[in-house]
Design a protein around this ligand. Sequence first.
Ligand SMILES: [Fe+2]
Ligand SMILES: [Fe+2]
Length: 172
Amino acid sequence: MKKSINQALNEQVALEAESSHIYLSMASWAEKNSYHGVANFLYQHSDEERIHMLKLIRFINEREGVAIIPPIKQPKENFKNLSEIFQSVLDHEIYVTNEINKLVEITLKEKDFTTHHFLQWYVSEQLEEEALARQINDRLKLIGNDKMGYYIFDRDLGNIDNALHANETKDK
Ligand SMILES: [Fe+2]
Ligand SMILES: [Fe+2]
């Protein structure tokens, strides 16, 4: 694989690793603050980001590139509330989508159609993750300051996670 593609893919490896760490930190905060459904959801999300990273590393190796295992900076560990967390999730996912789009653009410029094809999986994944993050933020806006609302939100998010996971297992 071309050096420019290899380098761009390694940057994405680092970003997926960072995403996994960010969600891990959020999950831990949620767990400490007794939002167990939210914690489950975010632990699962963190695992998924690690799988995104792994998929890239294995693709790079398969194409005889050099995969770099990146250092990961320490993520933020304190949050005001769930709204702050899920707004950050949405902002982060939008950022990742933009980075994936840039990566796709590079593959076209370099006429690397194999990597271009490989990245389509990430394009659809980002579409889904952004849509889900938007839905969650919309629900939080509806809840406002209703304590009971947060209780139900937490319970439902634990279930959303199970439902998504059930779909994934079905797909395989
Ligand atoms: Fe990802
Ligand atoms: Fe993501």
